[in-house]
Every structure is written in C-alpha cells, then in structure tokens.
Design a protein around this ligand. Structure first.
Ligand SMILES: [Zn+2]
Ligand SMILES: [Zn+2]
Length: 170
C-alpha cells in the first residue's frame, strides 16, 4: 500500500512516500506487461501555494515485454520519473475536467496505489525491440527471421529487390 500521511504533510510542509507495489498486485493483470519484481516507488510530496498537492519522484521495476517485431520476451527495466498533482476536493467543482485528481485535505491519509499505477502504465514504452537489428517475423509464414530462414522472402515481389537483382545481372 502506498499511503501519504496528510497530517504529517500538513505539520511538516513536505512528505515522502516510499514503498512498493507487489508484482502480483491484481492491478497489473490486464496491463499487458509482466512484472518480474515489485515496483519500487519513492515520491516527495509538497503543498503548493495554491493548496495543490504535488507528488514527484521515481518508480523502478523489472518488467518483461514482447519485442514488437519478433514477439520474443524482452526484459526491460522501468526506471522513470513521475509527477502528479492533486487539487483539494473542496475547491474543485465536479465536471470541469475529468483529468483532475482531487484529494480530501481534511483526511488523515491519501491512498496512492491507483494513481501511481496509472502513471506507471502511461510511462512504459510499449514499443520495445529485443535488438535494434531484430529482423522480426516473416509476414507470410510467421517464421522468426532472427533464427530461421524461410523461402517467402526470396519470392517476395519487392521492387527494392528487383532493383538489386537487375544490378547483379549487369
Ligand atoms: Zn525481436
Ligand atoms: Zn516466411
């Protein structure tokens, strides 16, 4: 659980949230990413002059994704900065902006697991490749062209190959 102590934040003017979201957290289930370990979260909280709560810090996790070309698993490290702003609920009129996060300034604490999860999912690059040179899958037979050679490519009528072939003939 990631919880910010609002009473302490109010007293000290700043706060810190250090914790982790477990890898087996049901929140990750339909994310499309596989977490190989817990997500470490370290955020600093401050109250801006306008009363807004600002949270800023880093999140880190080992994740496994699919190469977008060959679909092989790729281990990628997530290590990024996130920032979130919460507007006091009593100063915010519902309906002006669905994107605005609010918090109850009179509450003792603020639960952060869900907003942090949203930020993490937004910050993961879905377009990873196993290698910049990855040849991907054959669009015809599905062979992984990094490890197999199929016959489809040579019979492909790609104009670029025609140009090369004619060069060879001359
Ligand atoms: Zn690949
Ligand atoms: Zn093929």
């Amino acid at each position: 659980m990631l919880v910010l102590d609002l009473v302490r934040l109010d007293r000290e003017g700043s706060g810190r949230v250090v914790g982790a979201i477990p890898m087996e957290d049901p929140r990750w289930e339909d994310s499309g990413f596989v977490f190989l370990g817990p997500v470490a979260v370290d955020l600093r909280a401050t109250i801006a002059g306008s009363g807004e709560l600002v949270l800023r810090g880093g999140v880190k996790a080992p994740i496994q994704q699919e190469c977008r070309r060959c679909l092989e698993p790729v281990e990628a490290g997530l290590d990024t900065e996130i920032a979130m702003v919460f507007v006091p609920a009593d100063t915010h009129e519902d309906g002006d902006d669905g994107e605005v996060r609010t918090f109850d300034a009179g509450a003792a604490e603020l639960e952060l697991s869900e907003p942090v999860r949203e930020e993490i999912l937004l910050s993961i690059d879905p377009y990873v490749v196993c290698d910049p040179e990855c040849k991907g899958l054959c669009p015809k037979c599905g062979a992984n062209l990094n490890t197999e050679v199929c016959d489809c490519v040579s019979s492909e009528l790609d104009p670029r190959w025609d140009a090369l072939r004619s060069l060879h003939r001359e």
